[in-house]
Design a protein around this ligand. Structure first.
Ligand code: UDP
Length: 239
């Protein structure tokens, strides 16, 4: 495929057109941001590690019946994906209390939740991605009730698959964020990425954080944590 002009630049990725209308190239950067872009930095080789980790998860999910935008690995930092119209809802699934859930509900970080918690956030930087509910989604017309039901079901299934996969590798999946998109024929598929940038991964034995919280909270050893997650997930040391 041919890499053409840049269509969009986000905080951690760039998106390029290709010669095909319905295919895009994602380029993973090393840039890291937190707290609505207030904190900025770089995580050495993060782009390479997230590209590998996310592609691994997407292939894993595809093999188990989840439709995703993933098409083909191109190189260390680039992946070919299906072009979609991103549904402006950040879908968060949680198994253990942490982060904003702990703050909002006064639950101590690390508290196991009796069942997975599903949340929706309105993907809008100017508004600071506020928490929204089904009524809000309806009045803002972000997705139809049928689409939202489908997204919720997919998120629950993805959670089960990832929890099982990671448990076998000594990782607790605390929470994670998903984004979905609509294809040209209105099919809902999983888009964006699944990586230590978008998930909380805790070592099951030690509780050590192996995700972006190391950057957000200045815990140090950020690169080593991403590297360790790459190793646990793919079983491979090298990038
Ligand atoms: N998350 C994300 N992008 C966002 C907000 C959250 O990928 O813009 C992920 C985050 O990495 C975590 C989960 O969603 O795995 C829940 O995040 P939370 O609401 O607890 O946010 P925070 O504590 O970072 O404010």
């Amino acid at each position: 495929m041919e890499k053409r002009e840049m269509l969009y630049e986000g905080k951690a990725k760039q998106i390029f057109k290709t010669e095909k209308e319905d295919e895009l190239i994602v380029y993973y950067k090393d840039d890291a941001t937190a707290f609505d872009g207030e904190k900025k930095g770089q995580i050495y080789n993060k782009g390479i590690m997230n590209n590998r980790i996310s592609n691994f998860f997407f292939e894993y999910l595809e093999d188990r019946g989840i439709k995703t935008h993933y098409l083909q690995d191109i190189n260390q930092r680039e992946t070919l994906v299906r072009s979609v119209e991103i549904i402006p809802i950040e879908v968060v699934m949680r198994n253990i209390a942490a982060g904003s859930l702990s703050r909002r509900l006064g639950l101590e970080e690390g508290t196991s939740l009796p069942e997975p918690v599903l949340e929706f956030y309105y993907k809008d930087d100017d508004l600071g991605d506020p928490l929204i509910n089904e009524s809000h989604i309806k009045i803002l017309d972000l997705a139809s009730p049928g689409q939202l039901a489908e997204i919720s079901e997919m998120a629950g299934k993805i959670n089960e698959l990832l929890v099982d996969f990671l448990q076998e590798r000594g990782i607790d999946l605390v929470d994670f964020k998903l984004e979905f998109g609509l294809t040209g024929d209105q099919e809902i598929i999983l888009a964006d990425e699944i990586s230590p940038d978008t998930c909380r991964f805790w070592d099951s034995e030690t509780g050590e954080k192996l995700d972006k919280d190391r950057f957000r909270r200045d815990l140090g050893d950020v690169e080593a944590a991403y590297q360790e997650m790459l190793r646990r997930i793919t079983g491979n040391e090298e990038m």
